[in-house]
Every structure is written in C-alpha cells, then in structure tokens.
Design a protein around this ligand. Structure first.
Ligand SMILES: [Zn+2]
Ligand SMILES: [Zn+2]
Length: 649
C-alpha cells in the first residue's frame, strides 16, 4: 500500500490548535468537516486507513475519510489530513482508493460453532443460480467423496433461487450419486436421501414410523428417500446426526475456514444460538482450542441450548454451576441461555405446515427454567416464530418478573415473524429485544400461499419494533435454513424481497440502507451486551471493519446481494483480503480433508470461481447486456478496478 502525502489546505490557526491539543494528549473530541474527528490519545497508531468513504454508524450516521487504529481499537476518525497527522514512523497506511468502509457486520443469530464443525464436509448450494449447477456439483462431489463419507447439502438454499424454480427430484439425486450416500436438507421441511444414504442409515421397509417425523414410503412400503418434518424437524436432525463426523484435526481446519468464509462477507462478530446436537461443553472443544491458539478470526458470543426434552432445568442447573455469562473475552464469550429453553416452546418455522400449537405443559416447564436463569442473572433468548408462542412465553416472563425482577437483563426473542404490536409493547415494557433474520427470504413464498400476501406484509414487523423502541438486531439464522450471506439479509431488509424475487413488504415495512446496516452493526451489539464496545467506527470501540467490493450506499438495489468484503479487519488485524488488498491477506489455509467440497467450490457460490462454468457460459452469450450492466455501475466513476458482475443472480 502506498503512503499518500496529504495536501494541507486548512486554515493555519485551526491546524495549530489541533497540534497543541495532540501535544497535550488531551482527551477530547472535535467535530468538523466530514463527520468530525475524535481523538483519545497522542500515541501514534499502528494502522491508518485513509482515502475512503467510511460509514461510521455513529449517533449522527456520519461519514468520514480516514480512521486510525491502535491496540486493536479505533483511536480516531476524521479527515485524511487529521488522521495522517497522527502517523508515526511505524504506522501502516492503507489507501482505500475511495472504497466504502463499514463497521464489521455482527450476525446476532447464527449457528457458527456447529456450522464450523461441519463446514468442510458440506456442499453448499447457497447462492447457486440453477438446479442444473446444483446437481452438477452434487455429481462431481459424489465422485470425489470416499466411503463412508456422505455428500451433504445442509440448507441455505431454496428452489426459488434456481432458474428452474423447483427442487431436485429423488430420481435426479439418485442419478447424480448411485453409491455415495447423499443427504440434501431443504429448509426444515424435508430431506432427500439417495438409495446409498437410506442403506447407510438403515431405513428399510421394516423400520417403524419414527416419532417426530415422516418417512415417505412407496406402494410396497419401501422408504422412497424423502423425509418430511411432520409434525416437527426431529427426523431431519436425527438422520443427519447418523452420518460420519470429521476428525478433530479436520474440525479445527473446518471451523477456521468457516470463519474465513464469513470474513469474506465482512462478518466480524456473531452471536451463536447453540443448536440441536450441539452439546455444551463437549462440542465446544474445537472452538475453545482455536481461541486458545489465537486462531479465531471473528468474535463469538455463545448461548447454551438445552439438549434434553423434559430435562431442560437439569441442563441449565448444571451449566449455571459450570460457567457464567461474560466468561471469556471479547473474542469468545458466554452470553447466556437459548435459543432452546424448553422443547415444549419450540415452534418450528415450517410454513408448509399449519402453525403448531404448543402443548399446555409449555408454561410450567418454561417458568422453572426462566426463574432459574433470572435468579442466576443469565440473559436468555428464545426461538419463537409465531405471535401465539410469543404471547404465551410473555405470560410466563411477566409472572416470573413479578417474583424475581428481570432488571436490566438483556433477554430477547428470536425470529418473531408474526408478532403483534401488543406483544412488541409487552417486550418493550419488560426490557427485552428482538433478533430478526431473513428466514422469510427463503420461505416467504410458502407463507404467502398459506396465509396470504396481506398477512405477509409484516413478517416480521421490523419498522414497528423500531418505532416502539425495542432493541432489534439483524442476522441470518444460518446455516440450516437461511444462508449466511449478510448482504442477502441486508437486501431483504431494504427491498422486502425473497431470494426468488417475490416482493413481500410494502414501503412502510422496509428499511433505508443506513438503517438496515445499523441493525447489523449497532443493533446486534445490544444482544451480547456489547453496545458500547462495537458496531460503530468511533474512538474507543473495537477495530472491526469491512471494506466493500462496491458502494453499498449507491449501487442499484439488486447488486446489494452480490457485495463482498475485500478487506476485513478484526481487532486491528487483517483476517481477509482480496483484489487490490490481496497482498495483505493472511497466509492461505489448505483445506482438509482433501475431498472436502470447500476445496473445490469454496462455500457460498462464487460467480468467478472455477466452478462457475454455466455462469461463464451465460456471460459469453450476453456480452452486450453484461457491458451495459457494468456501464451502469453507480460507483464506476471512481472504481476502475471494479471487476464484479451483476449477471450472477
Ligand atoms: Zn430458531
Ligand atoms: Zn437458530
């Protein structure tokens, strides 16, 4: 990166004043020019990023040109001139070349600890533009996967993203892979197993009907390979859990690669919501070790998810003895309980099925757990899709609060797609928050089919939540239903559209770009009690940021979902770099095992990867359209190195 000499063009008096302030090392903040300059010390910074368009997400939503970083935190933000004046002899300068820089993205609800353990053995269909591509990848991957390993496609896709707008058939899956077991999960409503997978899990004509799911059978009573989540998704979870796991070494590599994949999308923090078959403390050994080795490249706050139907209180009683919220550090920290608190309160979000009514035992079971958590001052989160579930949980919360006040505990609901105003107000009154995700971007079409377009208009009613002053955090709920791409989630917040292009929300329930981004940064920080620590580019906050491939604020809306980070920094350290910043990238991380689909395809579909054969074909066929699209780049005037392409749908 070149060091730029800054042309001094400000008034002499003002400059002299500022020099004096720096000399004195005075703690103060000045406001002028592009959003102000905030200085906390006179020591020289390790890093200055300058000549950028920095969306600080501070209280005034101001933009700045440059930012200085010291000891893993932002030291000061302001104009190029003022930041360059802080430069010392060892300060590294990164010229952003006019690029847009945002605070690191914080996904307040995903499952990255479990996702990381499995990432290297999953074939991701996230963002794949056609079923033909998806099946080609499946066929190729089956050929390179050694026994007894499976090919797994574990969510993150919907048929509406495919040009063909349909799911694969069992015939197509069996043709793509005859001998290698294949498990393809579609949302939480079904899984497709090929013949080899049925043999591997031992489902035959004689297998009794499982509890908590349906094995589809042909006329002779043989399983067809289709598993249906009716009445709930346990059959999907439990069948997937029968597959082989990666070795410990490969899990370490897999988790690192998954973090790096999230870094590619500018994600620097996530709040982990636990997950089925994600046991504490057994399944946290890998992430613990990476933390100890200093190999985490994103921050994780994690909630503990009970694994024992009817034994939930026992789980939480054991954990409140074992650990406590806040245990850990800013990279890896315990955040409380959830998203599963009691199994009787779990309303699966399968809009192909009618809304499940929670059993009457929900209230007493939830009450003992909530009471235990509040007594121990554990923040908690609860998965709740429907207003009816939220209302019943709130009845319990209000009752507990009368006995043991919640105080300022950062408790919250997750999802809340159909929540009513009345219940948002009740949450506000009890001091809670709502973490929302773009699950509707993957299943909005199903919701509209069942409940109608009118009902879908506020699923969830995000604007209402904000108007009523409830803390709202954004996220994805990746990896098994929605995908982990935050820009697809931001696109959904801004346009109100599904990944298949269905427009769900009227203007009044869509967000302006800055506000949407704010939910993903400042908004999410409340959910791990980090609101003073991260989310904005202001002096004193953790130096987590992402430099984007194009200008989020001015590109056409459709291009928002194609954004990536080209420079991601966590705590002042570069964790991901591409394009003109690639020299700053951390060393490559070879993928293990060698048959891993990640080795060939990466994770999320990449239009310019070697696998994008059909996308390349489309480009070759449409040169005029491609040129026209590029000529319309809103940022084209100042970004000659723009190499992206909007032909990736
Ligand atoms: Zn959930
Ligand atoms: Zn979840």
């Amino acid at each position: 990166m070149k060091i730029r000499e800054v042309v001094v063009d400000e008034e002499v008096d003002l400059k002299q004043t500022r020099r004096d302030i720096l000399k004195l090392g005075t703690l103060m903040s000045l406001s002028y020019a592009l959003g102000g300059c905030h200085m906390v010390t006179d020591e020289s910074p390790e890093l200055i990023l300058m000549n950028g368009r920095i969306a600080t997400q501070d209280e005034r939503r101001s933009f700045a040109q440059a930012v200085a970083v010291q000891k893993g935190r932002f030291l000061a933000v302001g104009s190029d001139e003022d930041m360059m004046r802080l430069r010392g002899s060892s300060t590294q300068i990164i010229d952003l070349g006019g690029r847009t820089l945002i605070p690191g993205l914080n996904d307040s609800h995903m499952h990255p600890i479990r996702g990381g353990l499995n990432y290297n053995m999953e074939l991701r269909w996230d963002g794949v533009p056609s079923l033909a591509d998806a099946l080609r990848m499946l066929r190729e991957q089956a050929a390179r996967t050694p026994p007894p390993q499976w090919v797994r496609v574990v969510g993150g896709w919907t048929e509406f993203q495919f040009a063909e707008r349909r799911m694969p058939t069992l015939d197509e899956i069996n043709r793509a892979a005859a001998d290698t077991p294949v498990f393809v999960l579609h949302l939480y409503d079904r899984a497709f197993l090929n013949g080899a997978a049925l043999r591997a899990v031992g489902y035959t004509k004689d297998t009794p009907a499982p509890i908590g799911g349906e094995v589809q059978r042909d006329k002779q009573g043989n399983p067809t390979g289709l598993l249906i989540a009716r009445p709930n998704a346990s059959i999907l979870y439990s069948t997937l859990a029968k597959g082989p796991k990666l070795s410990r070494e490969d899990q370490l590599n897999s988790t690192r690669l998954f973090m790096r994949e999230l870094n590619r999308f500018g994600v620097t923090s996530a709040i982990d919501a636990g997950g089925g078959f994600q046991n504490y403390p057994d399944d946290y050994g890998v992430i613990d070790e990476l933390h100890k080795r200093g190999e985490m490249t994103m921050r994780l706050a994690y909630n503990l998810f009970t694994q024992k139907p009817k034994g939930e209180l026992a789980d939480f009683s054991q954990w409140t003895k074992l650990t406590k919220p806040g245990a850990g550090d800013d990279l890896y920290r315990m955040n409380g309980a959830g998203e599963m608190l009691v199994y009787s309160a779990a309303d699966f979000e399968d809009f192909l099925e009618p809304r499940p009514d929670m059993p009457p035992v929900m209230e007493p079971e939830l009450k003992v757990v909530i009471r235990h958590l509040v007594e121990n001052r554990w923040p908690f989160r609860l998965h709740a899709t429907y207003d009816e579930t939220v209302a019943r949980a709130l009845n319990v919360y209000e009752e507990v609060n009368r006995e043991v006040p919640f105080g300022n505990l950062h408790w919250f609901f997750d999802h809340c797609e159909t929540i009513s105003d009345r219940n948002i107000e009740r949450i506000k009154k009890l001091g809670g928050g709502i973490a929302i995700q773009h699950r509707m971007a993957f299943q909005g079409e199903y919701f509209v089919d069942r409940y109608g377009a009118k009902q879908a208009e506020r699923t969830p009613p995000i604007r209402r939540m904000l108007e009523l002053g409830v803390p709202v955090g954004a996220g994805t709920d990746a990896t098994r239903v929605a995908n982990y791409n935050p820009f697809v989630a931001l696109y959904w917040l801004i346009t109100g559209k599904t990944v298949g292009g269905a427009a769900l929300y009227p203007e009044k329930n869509r967000l302006e770009r800055t506000e949407a981004l704010r939910l993903y940064t400042v908004g999410s920080s409340w959910f791990s009690s980090d609101e003073a620590k991260k989310g904005s580019i202001v002096a004193g906050q953790l130096a987590d940021l992402a430099v984007l491939s194009a200008d989020y604020f001015s590109i056409p809306e459709e291009q928002i979902k194609q954004l990536e980070s080209i420079l991601t920094i966590v705590g002042g350290k570069v964790v991901y770099a591409a394009k003109e910043f690639s020299k700053l990238a951390p060393p490559p991380l070879p993928v293990s095992p060698d048959w891993s689909p990640v080795r060939t395809y990466g994770g999320h579909w990449q239009a310019d990867s070697k696998t994008a054969e059909s996308a390349a074909t489309r480009h070759a066929m449409q040169p005029a359209k491609l040129r026209a699209a590029h000529n319309n780049q809103a940022d084209g005037a100042w970004s000659p190195w723009w190499l992206g392409c909007d032909c990736f749908v």
